[in-house]
Write a protein that binds this ligand. Structure first.
Ligand SMILES: C[S@@+](CC[C@H](N)C(=O)[O-])C[C@H]1O[C@@H](n2cnc3c(N)ncnc32)[C@H](O)[C@@H]1O
Length: 255
């Protein structure tokens, strides 16, 4: 079967409206967490904290009300484009998990799980001042049903997932400040979809969900508002085309 990979450099709220009803099997996404202003308002004067601060990238600087409004619009479209019993995995800051569950259930998503991703090698920023941030949350929902594809192959899969952060090889075209490792996204794509299914990432950043979808014979639709990240995603997807395979140093994780 011919594989379809389509990526857009645009606002996802505009592109999603043009996608067909019930045409997507899995939404796997990592939207802005609305932490940019929150962290900036703490007015830290610690140089190490300011350096490499993702809030300065400019894509996570909405006020809370504006952000929840945009997520409302996202959930409305997400519910429409997902097939019956289609799944959604959304990464989210633990601080914002409750807000997202509330919004998703208002849009009739069936809530399944709040999970934790633990980074084995986070940046040890200000390690002598506080606990290093090494976790992010992820939420699992089903649309128009209670259980969808779930390829656990008889294994009891935990809601705690541990990997290293995206290795240098996955950032060779320039990294994204919150880039997810391919191993992490591959786990969800393999469990929640089958070959030839359609995966959508409306906040695709550097295209991790696309790279993994392509390598696993899934179709992919990706949307990214920032031209630079879109270009990185395109280059990474072209690499898969060339048969480039990552020899991950961490290949035993999540197996
Ligand atoms: C948390 S990052 C995703 C990182 C991605 N998972 C990766 O592995 O590289 C969120 C991305 O959403 C993009 N974004 C924010 N608002 C958007 C919108 N309305 N439409 C499309 N993309 C958007 C940002 O530019 C940012 O790259």
């Amino acid at each position: 079967m011919e594989q379809h990979i389509k990526i857009y450099n645009n606002n996802c709220l505009d592109i999603l409206k043009g996608l067909e009803d019930e045409s997507v099997d899995l939404i796997l996404t990592d939207p802005p967490y609305n932490l940019g202003n929150f962290m900036r308002d703490r007015q830290t004067n610690l140089k190490k904290m300011r350096d490499n601060f993702f809030g300065d990238a400019g894509w996570d600087d909405m006020e809370f009300e504006e952000w929840t409004k945009s997520m409302h619009m996202f959930f409305e479209q997400a519910q429409r484009v997902l097939k019956k019993k289609g799944s959604m995995i959304m990464f989210m800051s633990l601080l914002r998990v409750e807000t997202m569950v509330k919004l998703a259930t208002e849009h009739k998503f069936y809530y399944k799980t709040t999970g934790v991703w633990h980074k084995k090698n986070p940046m040890p920023r200000n390690m002598n001042l506080h606990f290093i941030n090494s976790t992010e949350g992820w939420l699992y929902f089903v649309s128009k049903g209670r259980t969808g594809t779930y390829n656990n192959n008889g294994k009891a899969l935990h809601d705690f997932i541990e990997t290293s952060v995206a290795p240098a090889g996955e950032k060779k075209y320039g990294g994204h400040p919150t880039q997810k490792p391919e191993k992490l996204f591959e786990h969800f794509i393999q469990v929640l979809t089958n070959e030839n299914d359609v995966v959508l990432d409306p906040f695709m950043g550097s295209g991790t969900a696309g790279v993994v979808s392509k390598r696993n014979n899934r179709n992919f639709i990706g949307i990214e508002i920032d031209q630079n990240y879109y270009d990185v995603a395109k280059l990474r997807l072209d690499d898969v085309e060339k048969g480039y395979q990552l020899t991950s140093l961490f290949s035993r994780e999540l197996t």
